[in-house]
Design a protein around this ligand. Structure first.
Ligand code: ADP
Ligand code: ADP
Length: 233
């Protein structure tokens, strides 16, 4: 699970008579300990790419491979287990479970799993780290947008994923919490060795990335590797 690649990936949506080519022939490879920002105008395909890389959806053509496994070949429980073992996802609209507290939402990926992991302790630690210790027993409806976002981030990290994928993770955070989130990303990279892929309009966040990929009309139009400097293509 230490390499994530998209090979000739296309994704089309059909709504009645209309076919939208959301992604066209995307070939990219992502590495551990690398923070990639995916940027581009609204409708350029960013969220679609993230959901394919996150194994939530399948490409119309081409392959997404994680650690050499073509994820399109996995189904049902095997796909769910594979995702659990490799990927943490933060959605744009959080998708917190409304009847569960913050703490329970953070622990929820472990529910129904046989495990020896002390995930309660890990959840407590993450809530503290994200400044949510006093909100552990609150329901999502009792939290601000920024707090809900931080709960969603903690939930994505509870399984110590190899890959953290996030759609506009700083969209609802004030500058102080955004700074805390940037620091957390650095820590994930260095301590867990995580690969991080975010879709973002936040130029400050994109500026902290090792690499930026710009999409337009479903294609990669620019790839910039900050650590080596300059545009690669
Ligand atoms: P954002 O640009 O903020 O990431 P979304 O990813 O939610 O917003 O949506 C981007 C575009 O995709 C919008 O134009 C939206 O109308 C369209 N879209 C998203 N989901 C669907 C859907 N299920 N059916 C049709 N269009 C969709
Ligand atoms: P972005 O995240 O860059 O805003 P999206 O990946 O959401 O872009 O959307 C890319 C294109 O695919 C847009 O034209 C959007 O309207 C379309 N699209 C996205 N999701 C759906 C969907 N579920 N059904 C139909 N069209 C969609």
């Amino acid at each position: 699970i230490d390499e994530l690649t998209a090979i000739g990936v296309c994704k089309s949506y059909r709504t009645g008579e209309v076919e939208t080519h959301a992604l066209q022939d995307i070939t990219l490879s992502f590495r551990q300990r690398e923070f990639t920002a995916i940027v581009g105008a609204s409708g350029s395909g960013k969220s679609t790419l993230l959901s394919l890389l996150g194994t939530l959806d399948k490409p119309t053509a081409g392959q997404v491979k994680i650690g050499g496994v073509n994820v399109s070949t996995l189904k049902g429980n095997r796909l769910a287990d594979f995702r659990f073992s490799a990927i943490g996802l933060v959605f744009q609209h959080f998708h917190l479970l409304p009847t569960l507290t913050s703490m329970e939402n953070v622990m929820s990926p472990f529910y129904g799993r046989r495990t020896s992991v002390n995930y309660k302790a890990r959840a407590e630690e993450l809530l503290i780290q994200l400044g949510l210790a006093d909100k552990a027993r609150s329901l999502p409806s009792q939290l601000s947008g920024g707090e809900q976002q931080r709960v969603a981030i903690a939930r994505a990290l509870i399984n110590k994923p190899q890959w953290l994928l996030a759609d506009e993770p700083t969209g609802n955070l004030d500058s102080r919490n955004a700074e805390a989130f940037y620091e957390l990303l650095q820590q994930l990279k260095t301590e867990l060795g995580c690969g991080i892929i975010v879709v973002t309009h936040d130029l400050h966040l994109a500026g902290k990335a090792d690499r930026t990929i710009e999409l337009r009309d479903g294609r990669v139009i620019q790839e910039r590797n900050v650590t080596t400097g300059g545009a690669l293509c």
